[in-house]
Design a protein around this ligand. Sequence first.
Ligand code: DGY
Length: 332
Amino acid sequence: MKKRILVSRQFPDAGISLLKKEDFLLTIWEKQRPMTQNELIEQAKSHDAILCTLTDRIDKHFLEQCSLLEIISQFAVGYDNIDIDMATRLGIPVGFTPDAMSEATADIAFGLMIAVARKMFFLHKTIIKGQWGYFNPTGNLGIELKNKTLGIFGLGRIGVKMAQRCKNAYNMDIIYHNRTRDKDAEKLLNASYVEFDDLLSKSDVLSVHCALTKETKEIFNGTAFKKMKPSAIFINTARGPIHHEKDLAHALQKGDIWGTGLDVTNPEPMQQDNPLLSMENACILPHVGSGTIEARNQMSVLAATNIIQFYKNRQVPHIVNPEVLEHLIPET
Ligand code: DGY
């Protein structure tokens, strides 16, 4: 029988065309908006595989309802929307798309860092409001990044790319904090491992690149911001719930830190009346880190390939829970 694949959004054709070439029955959600949770469950119930993304909640209830699912293929590197423990218990492999967007996301982190240091978004808004005024020798001053210290929280694929950009452009010193040390990355970047508190107190720019987990949820809160330099810039391009957004706004208002650049907010989408949007030293983007043609095409190819390879030879090239494959009985 043909495998039925649910594609939860309009993903780039680079990957979808690969699925179309196979002998699958594809259901593609054509609307511009994501499915509601009920729609998602109703659709997925009758499918063998789902190609989904970070806005799709693949939780316990979903997995209980969609008992035919044999593989989940996530179009993203982050997978905090999926109950991985439960999928693993049920023997469902979860594919994802690592590395496809590392350059794109590092560009956004790097761009936000410069934009915050020079108050770019705020100054752009002053022109729109007709407030350009005269050249002011002491007004609108930013800060320079040369020879400063970059702290990376979560030195993985994207963190390394951000660190390389900062080193090459500004000769920044690199310090980092991870669950485990990465000696290769230390060599590559001449980076030093530091404890979390030292990362907070020593970074001139602190850039977040870790996964959202129970341990990292709101780890950047009022207590953490108080330990940072008053001149520090906080960048988050990973997941919004890693920072506590009200605490972040207070930290900026009180001068505990100097500025922030966010590509992810807590919650998403950010509400229009969020005080961060009117602050001088805050630059906010609507979760577009992976938003380049190249990255999104590659993500689509990886996500499709995970499904194709699974049905062809029981392999998932990029998998979150590889232990599941060891227990799979080959199809005859
Ligand atoms: C990811 O891949 O996790 C990004 O947040 C969206 O592309």
